[in-house]
Write a protein that binds this ligand. Structure first.
Ligand code: 9MR
Length: 381
């Protein structure tokens, strides 16, 4: 080996020192959400088909870096997955599950039984009349069994029934309820469990902080348990506004579900920054209103005051979730960027809303760092 000149040796020594861990201490990369959250709860996002198929590369990058759990925003709903009786279309759903497995993510199936986005054939006979109770039960059994069995052991949790209860605690008068009665819920849970006994099973709804709805959901959980059926969690969708509902109402609902013996999942979180045409807006897509210019005030960006209020609200919600992480299994955002959000069209079409953690240019909002800091502080305690 050649003898090194003193000058060269000095240069090498300098290079080693500058690469040493001490020198790098100030340059430590911020952890991502998924790194900072550790095992407090899963942190998830809904994926649309552009993301599932890798077309929206910027969003896919965010999903892989920041989240450890995914749910399909639309492609597993019955009108897409079984548009015609007996003809299943698993193309998007297969790709979605593949994405989750390749990235080592917890995969949730959304949703098996929902009055909305269910194809008409589900409830009708060949003369266009409502089918009998027996026929609808068989259709439910076949749909649930086929879909859940296909992803047995791969999809770890299912939104089995979605939005069956109204804010006042009464049953929604859906076709499932009209034709079968309230038994459609235990039946759905029974069929899902039979198809994959290992999968977690959830009831999922919006406005579930509303006292009437909350008490009815607790009653439902108890009755499923009394029947010996499996229910692991209540999904609180979390389509919220800046100042409504109160954190106390939200906390009371988390406590109530946890006390009923199930875990709480925040399943579809978004916080609208826009004025709301009415209170308790919820998420019933039939409740849309005609566009009004004055209800769409921030088309070119949020004023500082609203941005501040939005940030505070999202921060307060995450503080609540972190403080109650013993009761919460997962927090899932309903989309990656503001541009993707369904809130741009609900409850009024064509507005510009700002409900998610990443902006329209795929940039993390300041709240992302704040949430990471909150998680870091909690980790150190
Ligand atoms: O975000 C979804 C949107 O793209 C669809 O058009 C809409 C149709 O029903 O469903 C949205 O997601 C809903 C979810 O599946 C269930 N809870 C309410 C959500 C918002 O409507």
């Amino acid at each position: 080996m050649k003898v090194l000149t003193p000058v060269l040796s000095l240069c090498i020594a300098f290079a080693i020192v500058s690469c040493s861990p001490h020198r790098k201490e100030n340059e430590v990369k911020e952890p991502s959400l998924r790194e900072a959250v550790k095992d407090k709860f899963l942190i998830g996002t809904a994926l649309n088909t552009n993301q599932i198929w890798g077309k929206d590369t910027a969003a896919v990058k965010i999903v892989k870096e920041q989240f450890n759990s995914i749910v399909a925003e639309n492609c597993m709903k019955s009108m897409y997955i079984q548009p015609v009786e007996g003809e299943f279309n698993f193309k998007d759903a297969d790709k979605f599950v593949e994405f989750g497995e390749q990235n080592n993510m917890f995969i949730t199936g959304h949703t098996l039984i929902w009055h909305s986005q269910a194809p008409d054939w589900f409830f009708r006979d060949d003369k266009g009349k409502d089918v009998s109770k027996e026929v609808l039960i068989e259709r439910m059994r076949n749909h649930i069994t086929t879909v859940v069995s296909r992803y047995k052991g791969r999809i770890k949790g299912w939104d089995v029934v979605n939005e069956a209860i109204l804010d006042d605690g009464s049953w929604r008068d859906s076709k499932f309820y009209k034709i079968i009665g309230e038994d459609f819920i235990p039946l759905a849970f029974e069929f899902a469990h039979a198809a994959d006994p290992e999968a977690e099973l959830y009831y999922n709804d919006y406005n579930e902080w509303h006292a009437g709805k909350r008490d009815a959901i607790v009653k439902l959980v108890n009755s499923l348990k009394e029947k010996g059926l499996r229910i692991d969690g209540v999904g609180m969708q979390g389509h919220l506004g800046i100042d409504h509902p109160s954190l106390d109402e939200y906390r009371a609902a988390i406590d109530a579900y946890f006390s009923a013996g199930v875990e709480v999942l925040i399943t579809e979180l978004d916080v609208s920054a826009l004025p709301s045409p009415r209170r308790d807006i919820g998420a019933n897509i039939a409740d849309t209103e005609a566009y009004r210019q004055e209800m769409n005030p921030y088309t070119t960006g949020l004023p500082d005051s609203i941005s501040f209020a939005w940030n505070k609200r999202m921060g307060d919600l995450f503080t609540l979730f972190i403080d109650n992480s013993d009761k919460i299994g997962r927090v899932t955002l309903w989309g990656v960027t503001d541009g993707d959000s369904w809130k741009n069209d609900f409850p009024m079409p064509g507005r510009t809303d700002y409900p998610l953690l990443f902006d329209r240019r795929y940039k993390a909002k300041p709240i992302v760092k704040e949430i990471i800091n909150k998680l870091k502080v909690k980790n150190e305690k």
